[in-house]
Design a protein around this ligand. Structure first.
Ligand code: AMP
Ligand code: GLY
Length: 433
């Protein structure tokens, strides 16, 4: 079985590792990820957001199955290009991935098909409309419609307090795009629910909590994600009912997409905020999360190749996951996110990592003259696994010590103390009269 994977981050390294168990892996990357290159029979470097460049790179070759992973490639129509060559494809078409790259489509889709779990929202086109909504809703999240790598949202109380500052941000979006999305601010704990989907049916993966803020105690600017943890079928602050509700929302959304003529085959990612009224949808992504992919794929007990095949041919097989806990910590270059050091050497002590039973996934690093160098983005994902969160966290933390160079990480992610603050916060929200 020849499988073609598009992408070159830590998420794709985790996917590649699983696929390479039982297929011949081929990869297309924008920059050479040394770990993916090593797992692949052959790889090509090109602009992965350009479907024509991809078709050129693989012309004359044939593959059984393709999977395009990063959001921007899906928005550019890479899955459609792969399908045009006759291979089976397990990532969504441009039309189906619109649920991620066009937030107005997503919100209107949920409304049109009565999918529960949307916050109040309005799409605004003028400064006057923006001002009215910001005043009406009191606390808001202001967003551009398109892809921003998780960094385009500004929330009352988190990023601004004065109405005028919120309005200034909305105005800057209106100047750029002519439209902005304003939602009521949701309060609670965020979690990620990823599902495999064959267009109709879904298989859920263990829920994960990501940490978007750059600094300890969830302070600082939003990033692509600094680390994440999972703890089996539930997260410590979730109830069974929360998971059932979130699962129903995922299933209803998949049906809505089908009815809307945008059959979704691939991995659908729901970002939820669980508050007093249960889980509400913050956004959908048309792909695995990064870092969340590392958590779930580490626990997958069945073949990812077979799962992808079953997605592509529309007959989803069941997939099992271990109930172990996982903690991922991202190592990022010194100065990240504002002034990250670029082109700095980092050394991976594979033996040391093995000794503490931690795994490393290569993210945004590159190889030059036999050395591994930083690019300025997140550099390595380190994952620990254990029967308890405490064990998993300790392994991940120990693992971080075996990458040498100008990199840092959030040491609070997955610790008992930090998770306890989340449980307490959630309890307070649930108990509020
Ligand atoms: P997004 O790009 O939509 O995932 O948003 C990035 C981050 O902004 C989310 O992970 C949340 O932390 C925050 N956010 C987005 N929408 C809302 C909302 N309606 N209420 C509160 N926080 C939000
Ligand atoms: N971890 C957030 C994302 O992948 O969008």
């Amino acid at each position: 079985m020849k499988v073609l994977l598009i992408g070159n981050g830590a998420r794709e390294h985790a996917i590649a590792e699983r696929l390479a168990h039982d297929c011949d892996l081929y990869a297309i990357m924008s920059k050479k990820n040394p770990a993916i290159a090593q797992l692949s029979k052959e790889y090509w470097i090109c602009d992965i957001e350009n479907p024509e460049a991809i078709l050129k790179a693989i012309s004359g070759k044939s593959f059984d199955l393709g999977f395009s992973s990063p959001d921007a490639t899906l928005a550019a129509g890479v899955s459609d290009a792969l399908a045009s060559t006759g291979m089976l494809v397990a990532s969504p078409s441009k039309a189906a991935s619109r649920i991620e790259w066009d937030k107005s489509y997503m919100r209107n889709l949920l409304k049109k098909y009565n999918v529960k779990g949307s916050p109040k929202y309005e799409l605004v086109h003028t400064e006057a409309e923006a001002l009215r909504v910001i005043k009406d809703y009191d606390s808001v999240a202001i967003k551009p419609l398109g892809l921003t790598g998780g960094k385009g949202v500004k929330v009352t109380g988190d990023h601004f307090t004065e109405i005028s500052d919120g309005l200034d941000y909305a105005k800057s979006l209106l100047r750029k795009d002519g439209i902005a999305l304003i939602e009521e601010k949701l309060v609670g704990e965020e979690f990620t629910l990823q599902v495999f989907c064959d267009g109709s049916r879904i298989n859920i993966m263990p829920p994960v909590q990501d940490h978007k803020r750059a600094f300890e105690q969830d302070k600082g600017p939003n990033t692509g994600g600094m680390g994440s943890y999972s703890s089996g079928e539930l997260l410590p602050f979730l109830t069974k009912k929360d998971m059932e509700d979130a699962t129903k929302i995922m299933q209803s959304t998949v049906h809505a997409l089908k009815k809307d003529g945008a059959l979704f085959k691939g991995v659908l990612y729901g970002q939820f905020m669980v508050g007093r009224d249960g889980p509400k949808v913050i956004e959908f992504n048309a792909r695995f999360g990064d870092p969340e992919a590392m958590n779930v794929l580490f626990l997958l007990q069945d073949s990812l190749t077979n799962t992808f095949l079953s997605i592509a041919d529309g007959h989803l097989i069941s997939t099992r996951f271990s109930s172990d806990c996982t903690v991922v910590k991202y190592l990022v270059p010194d100065g990240y996110p504002d002034k990250p050091v670029k082109d700095a050497e980092v050394v991976v002590d594979a033996h040391g990592l093995e000794k503490v039973r931690a795994n490393v996934y290569y993210a945004s690093v590159y190889e030059s003259n036999g050395k591994i160098l930083t690019t300025g983005s997140r550099a390595f994902g380190i994952i620990g696994r254990g029967e308890t969160l405490e064990q998993a966290e300790k392994i991940a933390e120990e693992g971080c010590k075996h990458i040498k160079g100008p990199v840092w990480h959030r040491s609070d992610i997955g610790t008992s103390e930090f998770v306890a603050t989340k449980i307490a916060r959630m309890q307070k929200i649930r108990d509020k009269p």
